[in-house]
Ligand binder design. Sequence first.
Ligand code: AMP
Length: 381
Amino acid sequence: MSRTILPGATLGMLGSGQLGRMFAVAAKRLGYRVHVFSPDKDSPTGQIADLEVQANYDDLDAVAAFAQDVDVVSYEFENVPVDMLETVERYAPVYPGGHVLHTAQHRIREKTFLQSAGIPVTPFHAIHSAEDLQKIGNADVPGVLKTATLGYDGKGQIKIESVDELKAAWQELNCDEAVLERWVDFDSELSVVAARGHDGTTEFYGPIANSHSNHILDISVTPTGLPESVANEAIEIARTIMTELNVVGVLCVEFFLASNGKLLVNELAPRPHNSGHLTVDAHVTCQFEQQVRAICGLPLGATTQPRPSAMANLLGDLWQNGEPDWERAIAVSDLKLHLYGKQEARVGRKMGHLTVMADTPDEAAKKARAAREALVNNSPS
Ligand code: AMP
């Protein structure tokens, strides 16, 4: 039986971007100390944490020293290297556990697990070598070839219109293993952010409706207005995943709602998720506080949402004409601005987000878009 880790203890975070930053804010509010392991100095998480240990992920001596100084560890990215994880585990418990990372780090393992749990996934073929390309037929395309590991935000994947394009795509991806997924004709993309405690209790956010631009999340809205049967099914799928994988912590399930009305799981992220950022302002307990509570063995908090809400990502593109006009965003009532403290605004880089609360989900989405447009310096007033 794992012990409860009470406020005053020190929590370790592997990775130092915006997810670690918001975890650190939630942890500090609850009275914990936070140490972050960061490859960079003055990172988004390091600016909030009590201690930023700056070292590379393959510096296992630094990893060991870091782990000896903390009571429990979580992470903000799923590509934590295996030897880093094993080193941490020698000194401190890590949540979600190594078995969850092992599954979620690899698309073939992830899909195989989901299928074995009876959960519908996008139809796929596992590709372990060039020979495996031979078994792909016309019924499998159009599709998308995705690297088994290290892909995110549309990186490491190539759309295939016909079987003829497969060989070139495989060569271009230049990886050891991949999956070929059938292209899904979907009505919408949804996510459920789930939390599970040491005692097996669960809490859920969503489903949340997500729209993407250039493969990067653009807007999230909840509630979705979908039939209750669909919402309940999405939550039940998330519950099954949390239980079957024995997750302690927070995990996001991403879905396609196919045009035939069927829910298909696209992928899992064993950590808080960009689509859950709106929970910081819109829900009684946010996804980051839930992560703190879950890994510390505290009871989970309520996920009640008083008002509809929408979140719009702020990418580096917004800085192209200079610093965005923050006063305009702040002037919108029911709007919360979040900036991640990143120094360099590159195109496509997640720099912050804004969350809006309103009387209806549509109104919230409309206000979030309008507020973001108004940020661009030369936009008409
Ligand atoms: P992923 O990295 O797998 O989450 O994919 C990024 C985005 O690409 C998704 O959010 C979808 O918008 C799109 N996408 C990925 N796989 C498929 C698919 N099999 N069918 C249709 N769209 C897809």
